[in-house]
Structure formats: structure tokens, C-alpha cells
Design a protein around this ligand. Structure first.
Ligand code: FAD
Ligand code: NAD
Length: 460
């Protein structure tokens, strides 16, 4: 049995930088990966989807080019090229991760599947067919999540796609039925609609992106439908079956029953923790009923010396949160810090076109918690930059404390919504109030300039 100071299981967005940092501090560190270095974000998530979404945006711009007075003679979609371009970008990022780990003295990269064989011992089924046993005082679990497949009658009998398998399809699906109406469904739905599929989205909740305010969800539904996607909210898929032409989904909306047919079906109904294979019963690490590892605010599990990072411990499931998790652990271990996940900011951006940039609380959360707020809201059609560039869909919205003018949250659904949201995120961190932003000088004519106008709406 080889002894290490630290073992990192999974090379996700937190585990990889943590392994390098621990080694630089002189800890003999092993990082174990069962698939590709870099984890979900690089190989199946953010990087490939955003690379392909960029191609779909070009297609959409060409399709509507006459809006800007540019006439063209039509275009064709080369999905094999788009997929190859995506693969090149993924490979570039994956190789970068490999180089970073290999060039760090003190890190041993082990390819294989890890499981606990004892409290602090890890058994690895190596890719080369062998077995290896390692031990360390400190173990960091960063094994992420995988697509959750709901138990719908008939689903297991049809060839369904997930966000992972979909990315390697080299023929555009004629009709794409998507189960789920959140980040993955909307980003991928718009992507394939723009590449030529007839997309149908089925969401059980009464609105798309159910955690968001109703006005935000309504704008998203509107622009998805404007591009041709059919959206079925408050709808349950009761049964799925194979037909000669592809797939049929029996749905019910309220009391209305109907059947949707399509050539392909994508399951985007959330993700489940990748903890089952870890054999956590051999340690004192506790999970919830869904398999998400339970941690305290310092990311310590119930077993001393064992930590969990990223999606494996449950949401928020974002790359930047997994990355921040590793900083919390590292600084608490080595810099005598007392960092916690409790009060950190959780920004996020959904990369539909236009984007949804979000930070802080929503209007409905403020209402639920009885926080006195005022709402600033400005349509993108009132924003000079948006009018000039012809991108007027959506709005900027901020949740402001009614008594103190402190910014509590924002939703920017509009072009560059994520970038504009980040400006408000910085303001929230620095305690800059809505009234200060109202009079701040921004360069003209940026989208950011309209933050003046956004907060002027509070004067009315
Ligand atoms: C389609 C899609 C799009 C996304 N887009 C975005 C986005 O735009 N922005 C954003 O912030 N987030 C996005 N996410 C979410 C983001 O990818 C994850 O939150 C992020 O990757 C964090 O992952 P992680 O560090 O927890 O682990 P992961 O990156 O999932 O890595 C876990 C690693 O552990 C390995 N592993 C698992 N079990 C074992 C084992 N037993 N032994 C050894 N290795 C093991 C896995 O192979 C994997 O490589 C997206 C996700 C998906 C699916
Ligand atoms: N841009 C980004 O940051 C980004 C992009 C993609 C994914 N992600 C991350 O990946 C995670 C997974 O994304 P996701 O969109 O799969 O999951 P999600 O958990 O965000 O949403 C799942 C959706 O599916 C619906 N649903 C559940 N069961 C259903 C069923 N049987 N039929 C129809 N609808 C059903 C839910 O009501 C929910 O709206 C997210 O938590 C997110 O953090 C982030």
C-alpha cells in the first residue's frame, strides 16, 4: 500500500487545482481520475456546449442577417465540422489540465476508478487492468455528478440521449424532444433549434427555470418560442415508446392529454451525485437520500480528514463553485483561515441567447422572506447599445432593499447579461448602493451604462 499525504478522487474543477496546491506545499499527493482529466466542465459541460452554442449563434445571425441589411444566399450547417471544432477545443483544455498536473512536482496522476476499502484507504481499479491501494490522512472527494434519468415508463426501452452523448451526434436531429426546462434543456434546445431541429421542451414545473422569477421565465419562453421551439410547461411525460419514425411521448398538461412524436429525445432532468461507486459505507462519510455527500460549512464530511468538493456534495452545481470550494479548503488548511461556504456569492449565467445573468436573491425570495424591497426594471428595448446592435430582447432587473438602497440581487436577461450581472455582483461585494450606481460614470454606449437608467426607474 502506497502512502500519500493527500489523495484527491476525481479531477474536477476543484480537485485539480487543489492537488497542485497541496503538492506545492510539499504534500505527496495522488489524484485519481476514472475518465478524462478536467472532469465534466471541460469534457462534457461548459466547454463543449459553449463552443457549439457559439456556432449556433453564427447560424442564427446569418438566418436573420437581413435585419441588419445584409442579404445572403442561404447557408448550410456542417455539424461534423462543428463537433470536430468542439472536440479540438475540449482537447486543448484537457491537454492543458494534463500538462499542469504532470509538471507539478509531488503530484502523481493515477488513471482508474477509486473506492474506499477502509476508513482512509482507497482501492483503485486501474485502467491498465491492475489494482492499487493507497492511503492518506487527507482525502478530497471531487467526483462530480452524472445525468439523472427519471423513472418514466418506457424510457429505458428507447435510445435516449443525455447532455454527454448528445454532444457527439454528427447528424442534426430532425425533431428533438427534451425532458426538462432548465439550464441544459434551454441551452441545448436553442442550440439544436438553431442548427435545424424542431425542438419540443417538456417541463413538469409550471414555468421554465422554476427557481427564477416568473417575468424572467416568461421572457425565456417567449424567445425560445419565437425561434420555433414548442414549450410545454406544467406538463408530465407519462409514457415513452418507440415508433417506426422514432419516439413518442404521451404527455399530460392539466387534464389535457396528447402525444408528441420526434426522431430523438434528450433527457435533461437534473444530475445525480457520483458517490455510489465510492463505497462510502467503508468510511464514516454520510450522504443524503440522493447520494449527495453531506458536508459542513467548511466542506468537511462527517469523517475527520475527508472533504467533499463540487457537485458531489449537491448544488449549486457550477464550475466556479467547485473552484471556490478548493480555495476554502486550501486556505482553511494552510492559511489558518476560517472560510465558509455559508455567505459566499453564487453568481451564475445561463448561456442561452440572450443570456440570463443572476446574482443574489430573486424577487419571489424577497417576498417569501418578508424582506422590504423595491424593484428596478429596465427593458433592453430602452437601452441605447441594445437598440444600436439590434438586440432588444429581455430586461435588466435589480432587487434593492427598500430602506437602505443596498443591492440584494439581480437578473439580467439580455445580450451580455452575464457580464452586466458581474458588475452588479462586484457592487454587492463592495457595498456600492443602487443610488451610487445610478450616478456612476460608465463609458458610452456600453450595456453597463444603462445601469444608470436601471436605477433611475426607482425614482418613478
Ligand atoms: C451540459 C452541461 C453544461 C454545463 N455548463 C456550465 C456552465 O456553463 N457554467 C458552469 O459554471 N457550470 C456548468 N455546468 C456544471 C459544471 O460542469 C459542474 O458544476 C462542474 O464541472 C463541477 O464539477 P466538479 O468539480 O464537481 O466535478 P466534475 O467536473 O464532474 O469532475 C468529477 C470527476 O471525477 C471523476 N470520477 C468520478 N467518480 C470517480 C471515481 N470513483 N474514481 C475516480 N474518478 C472519478 C469523473 O470522471 C470526473 O472527471 C454544466 C454541466 C453540464 C452537464
Ligand atoms: N450555464 C450554466 O451554468 C449551466 C449550464 C448547464 C448546466 N448547468 C448545471 O448543471 C446542472 C444540471 O442542469 P439541468 O438543467 O439538467 O438540471 P436542473 O436540475 O437545473 O433542472 C432540471 C429540470 O428538469 C425538470 N424535470 C425534472 N424531472 C422532470 C421530468 N420527469 N419531466 C420533465 N421535466 C422534469 C425540473 O423541474 C427542472 O426544471 C444544473 O444544476 C446546473 O447547475 C449549469
Amino acid at each position: 500500500m502506497e502512502k500519500f499525504d493527500a489523495i484527491v478522487i476525481g479531477s474536477g474543477q476543484g480537485g485539480t487545482p487543489l492537488a497542485k496546491k497541496l503538492a506545492k506545499k510539499g504534500w505527496k499527493t495522488a489524484i485519481i481520475e476514472q475518465r478524462y482529466l478536467g472532469g465534466t466542465c471541460i469534457n462534457d459541460g461548459c466547454t463543449p456546449t459553449k463552443a457549439m452554442i457559439a456556432c449556433a449563434k453564427v447560424a442564427n445571425t446569418i438566418a436573420h442577417s437581413k435585419t441588419w441589411g445584409i442579404h445572403n444566399n442561404g447557408y448550410t450547417i456542417d455539424l461534423p465540422y462543428i463537433v470536430a471544432r468542439k472536440n479540438d477545443i475540449v482537447e486543448q483544455f484537457r491537454n492543458g489540465t494534463a500538462k499542469g498536473l504532470e509538471s507539478t512536482e509531488g503530484v502523481t496522476v493515477i488513471f482508474g476508478s477509486a473506492a474506499f476499502s477502509g476508513h482512509k484507504t482507497i482501492r483503485v481499479a486501474l485502467h491498465n487492468g491492475g489494482k492499487s491501494t493507497l492511503t492518506a490522512e487527507h482525502i478530497f472527494i471531487n467526483t462530480g455528478a452524472t445525468p439523472l434519468i427519471p423513472p418514466i415508463p418506457g424510457l429505458s426501452d428507447v435510445p435516449y440521449l443525455t447532455s454527454t452523448t448528445m454532444l457527439d451526434e454528427i447528424a442534426v436531429p430532425k425533431d428533438l424532444i427534451i425532458l426538462g426546462g432548465s439550464y441544459i434543456a434551454l441551452e441545448m434546445g436553442q442550440l439544436y433549434q438553431r442548427l435545424g431541429s424542431n425542438v419540443m421542451i417538456i417541463e413538469t414545473a409550471p414555468q421554465l427555470v422554476s427557481k427564477e422569477d416568473a417575468d424572467v421565465a416568461a421572457v425565456i419562453k417567449k424567445f425560445m418560442e419565437a425561434e420555433g421551439t414548442r414549450v410545454f410547461t406544467g406538463t408530465t411525460a407519462e409514457r415513452i415508446s418507440k415508433t417506426p419514425a422514432g419516439i413518442a411521448v404521451d404527455i399530460i398538461t392539466g387534464t389535457r392529454k396528447t402525444t408528441l412524436t420526434g426522431s430523438h429525445i434528450l433527457i435533461a432532468t437534473g444530475r445525480k451525485s457520483q458517490s455510489a461507486a465510492l463505497q462510502l459505507a467503508n468510511t464514516n462519510v454520510i450522504t443524503d437520500e440522493k447520494g449527495f455527500i453531506q458536508v459542513n460549512d467548511r466542506l468537511e464530511t462527517s469523517a475527520p480528514g475527508i472533504y467533499a468538493i463540487g457537485d458531489v456534495k449537491g448544488g449549486p452545481a457550477f464550475t466556479h463553485i467547485s473552484y471556490n470550494d478548493h480555495l476554502i479548503i486550501y486556505k482553511n488548511l494552510f492559511e489558518n483561515a476560517n472560510l465558509s461556504i455559508k455567505s459566499r456569492q453564487v453568481p451564475y449565467c445561463m448561456f442561452t441567447d440572450p443570456q440570463l445573468g443572476r446574482i443574489g436573491i430573486t424577487e419571489k425570495e424577497a417576498l417569501k422572506d418578508g424582506i422590504p424591497v423595491k424593484i428596478a426594471c429596465l427593458g433592453m428595448d430602452k437601452i441605447a447599445r441594445a437598440i444600436e446592435t439590434g438586440q432588444t430582447t429581455g430586461f435588466m432587473k435589480a432587487i434593492v432593499h427598500a430602506n437602505t438602497d443596498v443591492l440584494l440581487g439581480a437578473a439580467i436577461i439580455g445580450t451580455e447579461g452575464g457580464e452586466t450581472m458581474s458588475i452588479l455582483q462586484m457592487a454587492m461585494l463592495g457595498g456600492i448602493t443602487a443610488m451610487q450606481i445610478r450616478e456612476m460614470i460608465f463609458a458610452h454606449p456600453l450595456y453597463a451604462e444603462s445601469l444608470n437608467n436601471l436605477f433611475m426607474t426607482l425614482e418613478k
